[in-house]
Write a protein that binds this ligand. Structure first.
Ligand code: FAD
Length: 466
């Protein structure tokens, strides 16, 4: 039974923290949330929300410039970046007010300031009005910050991180992006569509290294076709002044030393969990070898009653994972015994075309189940009526299943609205559905979702439109 008198203190008001606070309040907790900056955290203020707005806006621009084939002409599309950024701020403000409203609605006390752990059951809040809070349970949700790259010249004038790019009031003529992960790829397309000459320098053999190989290669080819230069296997060794208004990035890519000069450099090499200053050492809190807070399956640290969730764990740095971990931690803090389940975590890249995946990739499934025990089904969007109607035929769906019952293990796709379509695959995996069950579910026509049904049909040897 939930203890109505439990005092829960949440450190950090990002998607992990504020969702944890709501869940603990729903279960009868007396909840205080401590936030040192803006409610909504990285996701709302400097991450998911502003980037997806800029992707949406620049996509419209791209579509306007390519509408002639449909018999539509809008003249020369122009960009007012100041207005675009103002709109972005208005959207962020609106959603931030929504979070403030949810705090009030759930009677969550919000304290402004920097929180740290004073001892078991005590939290200090620094800032203009320092105070100490008593807590039966603490949930650490302090998130992360952009990681820097440890090379000479990383402090050059033109070098920036993702927070700074989102505050640009003028887009640069050229930008080198170090890192071809999700953040690097999304910014590359935003900037390219705004007219910036973009170069990506990625250390791994491919961009989006965690995604299915076929899919990341297809995206790389499409990005190159759009005019984005992509170097892979390229390790950055230094940065230096590249002449007036330019910064040079030096890297080796197997074929020798190379140098790219551009007006700005975006470092998008990952994120660093916010652990410093929290006081974890005082409590003897265990950290992972990478220096992140370590938790068990219940999201509890080795210090009883103190939980940690979201980016600060450095596991799957995604807003929806932070929220799911927040719910799990809050329920456990309020007396339940829930385990966090990471089987169904959608991974989405809001590129053009979009990339999404859930569950195991073909390669991962083969490692786990054995080469001969895995089957796949594929379907290209070129065979999908809706894709042809909207002229979005680049891409494909790949479904992965074990061969005995054909139970779905994973689905990866690249194509229009992939980030929306992936929800069907997540539910299928969660409900242990088979390829036949997806294939025999009637999908509306003409819709992009038919591509998922068709890939499943193809997997069981009954493809119709291929
Ligand atoms: C450019 C970019 C784009 C992204 N796009 C997506 C996307 O499309 N989809 C997606 O799922 N994820 C995306 N992410 C990742 C997502 O933003 C994070 O995974 C998510 O915000 C993590 O949530 P969190 O609650 O753990 O931490 P955060 O959102 O970082 O929130 C932590 C909060 O804690 C506060 N805080 C820190 N220390 C203290 C302290 N000591 N006391 C009080 N408060 C403190 C911080 O000010 C912050 O508000 C993106 C990230 C970036 C950078």
């Amino acid at each position: 039974m939930a203890d109505a008198k439990k005092r829960v203190v949440v450190l950090g008001g990002g998607p992990g923290g504020y969702v944890a606070a709501i869940r603990a309040a729903q279960m009868g907790g007396r909840v205080t949330l401590v936030e040192k900056d803006a409610m909504g955290g990285t996701c709302l203020n400097r991450g998911c929300v502003p980037t997806k707005f800029l992707i949406h806006a620049t996509d419209i621009l791209w579509q306007a410039n390519h509408a002639q084939e449909m018999g539509l002409s809008f003249g020369d599309a122009t960009i007012d970046l100041a207005r675009m950024m103002k709109r972005k701020e208005a959207i962020v403000d609106r959603l931030r007010s929504g979070v403030d409203y949810l705090m009030k609605k759930n009677r969550i006390e919000v304290v402004r300031g920097t929180g740290s752990l004073l001892g078991q059951g005590r939290v200090a809040v620094g800032g203009t009005q320092p105070k100490a809070l008593d807590a039966d349970r603490v949930i650490i949700a302090t998130g992360s910050q952009p990681a820097s790259i440890p090379v000479k010249g990383a402090g050059e004038k033109g070098v920036m991180n993702s927070n700074e790019v989102l505050s640009l009031t003028q887009y640069p003529a050229s930008m080198t992006i170090i890192g071809g992960g999700v953040v690097g790829v999304e910014f590359a397309q935003i900037l390219n569509r705004l007219g910036t000459r973009v170069t990506i320098v990625e250390m791994m053999p491919r961009i989006l290294p965690g995604e299915d190989e076929e899919i990341s290669s297809l995206l790389r080819d499409l990005m190159r076709k759009e005019g984005i230069e992509v170097y892979v296997n390229a390790r950055v060794t230094a940065m230096r002044n590249g002449g007036p208004g330019k910064t040079s990035v030096l890297f080796g890519d197997g074929a020798g030393e190379k140098e790219v000069s551009s007006e700005r450099v975006l470092v998008a090499v990952g994120r660093k969990p916010y652990v410093e200053g929290l006081g974890v050492e005082k409590l003897g809190m265990a950290l992972t070898k990478e220096g992140r807070v370590a938790v068990d399956d219940h999201m509890e640290t080795n210090v009883k009653g103190i939980y940690a969730i979201g980016d600060v764990l450095g596991r799957s740095m995604l807003a929806h994972v932070a929220m799911a971990e927040g719910i799990c931690a809050a329920e456990n803090a309020m007396g339940r015994a829930r385990r966090m389940d990471y089987t169904v975590v959608p991974r989405c890249v809001y590129s053009s075309p979009e990339v999404a995946g859930v569950g195991l990739t073909e390669a991962e499934a083969k490692v786990r189940h054995g080469d001969g025990n895995v089957i796949t089904g594929r379907f290209p969007f070129v065979g999908n009526s809706k894709g042809v109607i909207t002229d979005e035929t680049s891409g494909m769906v790949k479904i992965v299943a074990e061969s005995r019952y054909r139970q779905v293990l994973g689905l990866q796709m690249i194509g229009p609205h992939a980030t929306e379509l992936i929800a069907e695959a997540g539910l299928a995996i969660r409900l242990e559905a088979t390829m036949e069950e997806i294939a025999s579910t009637i999908h509306a026509h003409p819709t992009l979702s038919e591509a998922i049904a068709e890939a499943s049909l193809e997997g069981v040897g009954r493809g119709l439109h291929i």
